[in-house]
Design a protein. Structure first.
Length: 479
């Protein structure tokens, strides 16, 4: 009987899998199952024994239980991470211990699976982990190819802030962990998502981006989950949803804060069980998709206002990558300009060579509320308008750089300043007026004003303003 064990593993890898589980029946059962798929297995009774076996036997994959005497799965994961040999660690968690699952992913686990173990899913996970190990060298060379001193793929930036973003992307890319990408509009969130996909073992599979803000509420579920013919009036044909289209790859749920709350509940189920049901279907489909999400809202605020379910937020925010506004990494402007100049000159068939000192100066002093996208649009327009040669200030949109202090008296956003106003008073008026125009959204106001949120809070405190809030850290995001 044992001789034919390997029957269904023709061509399978001979990867070594260490199984760490304190409960004897589960341990032997799991070991037999995994060997029947063609893996070489060893077992250990707890984390401590697991650590010893891992050191001697050097498995490439470790499947470990969470709660065990002497040393649990999380500590084992941490200790394995200190070792030189890279191992893919899969955590087995009890249902309802999502906390530990999220923690495990943050600590660098490859993936996790809940008890009772769905064997098909475990099998797929082991296959993917083996594939990852197989492509590790290849991924490393992709990473080297995509990375040079000032860029990662299409992302550019030599500033400390962008370099930190590159480091985070390289760190999270190889696993299946969800990543929540936050930051203001036009800061490069979608580009970050694409780069994560490119640097992951899923890169040869589809990357599907869906913008939740652009789809009418009535259609969003069928867009994401798909529907059967006749599922609702107008469903004339069966439709494959984004999740199924992204099978084996990565999905980006853009503007996640705009997703209807009911749909968020369904999404949470997919994240937890990797199963979904097309609208109008009775059967569930298993999907293997890595989920990335992006939002230009402050997630804590969206949760507080009920737009974003807190459990979904928690589940997506295994890692957070927060994109800085362009004015916080102005050092990158010159480089970005070069990149965009060549892109736009090629796109529009122009021989633009450079921008003038004066233009670069203006760019460096502007607050860029629309961030890199605004810079991109500005360059595109200038390249077209200038029609070859040097871009001068006259090729910029009229009034470029003057966004707040407008002159028209009947503009409700305009501020009238009489001679005799002190600079301090003018500053106070500008700050309060900006706050008013953002309905007291301090993050946004600080962005428009081109100052940090902290500075804004300090100013408000100084004014003893009633708009200052008791919890100055509230709108700040953590990495
Ligand atoms: N660091 C960067 N290097 C090069 N190009 C960038 C960078 N950041 C952004 N871009 C470019 O700026 C434009 C906007 O980026 P992207 O669409 O990723 O922003 P976003 O944060 O998703 O914006 P929104 O919130 O409006 O959807 C794109 O054309 C993108 O290629
Ligand atoms: Mg976007």
């Amino acid at each position: 009987m044992t001789t034919e064990r390997a029957a269904d593993n023709q061509g399978m890898s001979h990867e070594k899998v260490l199984i760490v589980e304190d409960e004897e029946n589960e341990r032997t059962g799991l070991a037999e199952l995994v060997s029947s798929w063609g893996y070489r297995t060893e077992t250990a009774r707890d984390g401590l024994e697991g650590l010893e076996k891992a050191a001697q036997w050097t498995p490439s994959i470790v499947v470990t239980d969470l709660k065990m005497p002497r040393m649990g799965g999380i500590e084992l994961l941490e200790r394995l991470a200190e070792q030189t040999q890279a191992m893919a660690v899969i955590l087995v968690t009890a249902q309802g211990t999502i906390d530990s699952a999220v923690q495990a992913m943050r600590l660098g686990a490859y993936d996790y699976i809940t008890k009772p173990i769905d064997t098909q899913r475990l099998r797929a996970m082991l296959q993917n982990a083996s594939a990852l190990l197989g492509t590790r060298a290849e991924l490393e060379s992709t990473r080297r190819r995509l990375r040079d001193s000032g860029s990662l793929g299409q992302l550019r930036g030599t500033s400390r802030k962008m370099q930190e973003i590159f480091r985070l992307i390289e760190l999270v890319a190889p696993s299946t962990a969800s990543v929540l990408i936050t930051g203001a509009s036009g800061t490069g969130k979608e580009l970050v998502a694409r780069t994560i996909h490119q640097l992951s073992p899923r890169r040869d599979r589809p990357f599907v981006a869906i913008n939740c803000a652009a789809i009418p509420e009535t259609l969003i579920e069928s867009e994401i989950f798909g529907h059967e013919k006749g599922a609702f009036t107008g469903a004339l044909e069966r439709r494959t949803g984004c999740f199924e289209l992204a099978e084996g790859g990565t999905i980006l749920l853009d503007e996640i804060g705009e997703m209807p709350v009911g749909t968020q509940a369904k999404l949470l189920r997919v994240l937890e069980d990797h199963k979904l049901r097309r609208l109008g279907s009775k059967v569930e489909t298993t999907v293997d998709v890595r989920v990335l999400a992006a939002t230009n809202k402050v997630p804590d605020d969206a949760v507080a206002s009920g737009e974003l379910r807190s459990d979904l937020y928690y589940r997506l925010n295994v890692f957070n990558i927060h994109m800085p506004p362009l004015r916080e990494h102005k050092e990158d402007i010159a480089d970005l300009v070069q990149l965009l100049l060549s892109e736009m000159s090629a796109k529009h068939n122009r021989k633009t060579v450079a921008i003038s000192e004066a233009v670069l100066n203006l760019f460096n002093n502007y607050t860029w509320p629309g961030n890199v996208r605004e810079l991109r649009n500005t360059i595109e327009r200038a390249v077209i308008v200038c029609d070859g040669g040097m871009i001068e200030t006259k090729h910029l949109p009229p009034g470029f750089g003057h966004t707040i202090l407008r002159t028209s008296a009947n503009d409700p956003d305009a501020i009238r300043l009489g001679v005799g106003t002190t600079v301090g008073e003018a500053e106070k008026m500008l700050i309060l007026k900006t706050l008013e125009s953002t309905s007291n959204n301090k993050t946004r106001a600080a962005e428009i004003l081109g100052i940090s949120l902290k500075t804004l809070h300090n100013k408000l405190k100084e004014y003893g303003s009633s708009t200052g809030d008791a919890d100055p850290g509230k709108e700040e995001q953590t990495q």
